[in-house]
Design a protein around this ligand. Structure first.
Ligand code: 5GP
Ligand code: ZN
Length: 126
């Protein structure tokens, strides 16, 4: 499958690993948007949040169980933000389910203007 995150998992694309277990892989984002910006992915290819189902929920559960451990390893004692962009409107660019951990500083309150700028369209109420 032509998926860059599957290639990161199998090592054919290099990455800066921060965590790995039998079901989960986490690595530094190549284009960090915060002092700490890590992507957490299931090793099993799932396209997006929309494709989570009873058949693959066990893998997603393992991702969520790993996230607090990863955050602790990253020293995010004061909190962090967890984001999963889904589909076209969510501006998902890599079609392998992933969770962004963003932290290392007090983040902006306005999630959309800071993080979703590339597809943010102002909404006018007339
Ligand atoms: P999305 O926009 O799909 O929510 O997030 C995809 C993320 O993957 C982006 O933040 C982007 O910087 C990151 N990314 C894309 N290609 C690579 C890569 O080859 N290596 C790493 N480490 N991150 C990548
Ligand atoms: Zn994949």
């Amino acid at each position: 499958m032509d998926c860059i995150f599957c290639k990161i998992i199998d090592g054919s694309i290099p990455s800066k690993k921060v965590y790995e277990d039998e079901a989960v892989y986490a690595f530094h984002d190549i284009n960090p948007l915060a002092p700490v910006h890590v992507l957490v992915i299931p090793k099993m290819h799932i396209d997006s949040m929309d494709k989570v189902s009873a058949d693959n929920a066990e893998y997603v559960k393992k991702v969520f169980l790993a996230i607090p451990k990863i955050a602790e390893e990253l020293g995010l004692k004061n909190g962090y933000r967890l984001i999963s962009n889904c589909g076209e409107d969510g501006c998902q660019s890599v079609k392998h389910l992933h969770f962004h951990i963003l932290g290392g500083k007090k983040l902006e309150e306005k999630l959309v203007s800071r993080f979703g700028l590339k597809c943010f369209v102002p909404f006018h109420q007339d």
